[in-house]
Ligand binder design. Structure first.
Ligand SMILES: [Zn+2]
Ligand SMILES: [Zn+2]
Length: 338
């Protein structure tokens, strides 16, 4: 019998198909990323507007290590203002914001899994730096750092590791749902839901994929997608940039191992990841907007390998059908030889 499981954060039900559980390998729609560096716009970029570049402070003439440029196809534009307005019962505002591309390495390497731990650390430090920069803009409510790797994840096949940062004048709905779910749990239990999830998952161990000193990677109990993985920081913090400070190297170690397990075990699938941090504006003019968010919300990352498609039933109901139990995918990823 399939099992219905409820996500404890947003209250979403998912159907976990336990009986027709196929072998994990049967899902993989491998994408190949080997492309010629001579055609790569990130290896030979002279046109993009450079926003930031990480260089060795002792050797400023040396080539950059991580470079941030304006997106060539921005979803949000940095000019103008928010310009909120109503049209009857509809609310709208201009697509004002920032859309930046983080070029993760000067070398022509496609997958973050193949970067050194040191280089992955540089990428996460760059996210923190840029997010803290956007926090200073009073028009921005949120910044999302995310990655699309491979065609099925929405990326062009350029073969050069990169990720994106967006700063927006409104809060994304998924973040709102998570914040309100975590707040409800906190009001009832006076404990952080994510800290409780970490404690329970560590004790049971059946959904743990990788554990480092400061991070735990698990396949969530009510996974929406096969091989969905959450990376949870063991140290409680609602804000990514503040919470990760001092732990960037350990997060880089976690990501290197996790992404290698996914790459080797699943034959280099497309994937997305997103960093889910707290909104910027914790206060509004009337007082505290998110009164307990420092206690009740807990930043984390979601990693979503793109190996199954969302079908009509899922679109119509909001129920997801996960064709392999997360306990099986966690075991599979744990056993990959890297
Ligand atoms: Zn390149
Ligand atoms: Zn917590």
């Amino acid at each position: 019998m399939p099992e219905l499981r409820k996500d404890p954060i947003v209250g979403r039900w998912v159907i976990i198909a336990t009986e027709r559980a196929r072998r994990p390998g049967n899902f993989v729609d491998a994408t190949f990323h080997n492309t010629d560096p001579k055609d790569c716009p990130f290896c030979h970029d002279k046109d993009s507007k450079e926003i930031y570049a990480l260089r060795d402070p002792k050797d400023p003439q040396a080539p950059w290590k991580v470079r941030v440029v304006e997106s060539g196809t921005p979803l949000f534009s940095g000019t103008g203002s928010v310009h909120r307005r109503g049209h009857g019962l509809y609310d709208m505002c201009d697509s004002f914001g920032a859309h930046e591309v983080v070029i993760e390495t000067p070398e022509h390497i496609a997958n973050m899994a193949d970067l050194s731990v040191e280089q992955i650390k540089n990428v996460f430090e760059t996210y923190s730096l840029r997010i803290n920069h956007h926090k200073k803009n009073p028009d921005f409510q949120y910044a999302l750092a995310y990655k699309n790797y491979g065609k099925a994840a929405g990326s062009r096949l350029i073969g050069h590791a990169r990720s994106q940062i967006m700063a927006t004048p409104v809060n994304p709905i998924r973040v709102k749902d998570k914040i309100s779910g975590a707040k409800k749990y906190y009001e009832y239990h006076e404990r952080c839901l994510f800290c409780d999830i970490i404690r329970q998952e560590k004790n049971s161990g059946e959904r743990v994929v990788v554990e480092t000193q400061h991070f735990l990677a698990v396949t969530p109990f009510a996974s929406r997608f096969p091989f969905e993985v959450w990376v949870l920081p063991k140290v409680h913090a609602c804000d990514f940039a503040e919470g990760v400070a001092g732990y960037e190297n350990d997060l880089a170690k976690m990501m290197k191992e996790l992404l290698l397990r996914i790459k080797i075990g699943m034959d280099d699938p497309a994937y997305n990841y997103v960093i889910q941090t707290a909104p910027f504006r914790l206060e509004n003019s009337g007082g505290l907007k998110y009164r307990t968010i420092e206690q009740d919300y807990h930043w984390h990352m979601e990693i979503l390998p793109r190996i199954s498609r969302v079908a009509g039933f899922e679109k119509g109901t909001g129920f997801y059908i996960c064709p392999i139990p997360p306990e099986n995918t966690a075991r599979f990823l744990r056993e990959v030889k890297i």
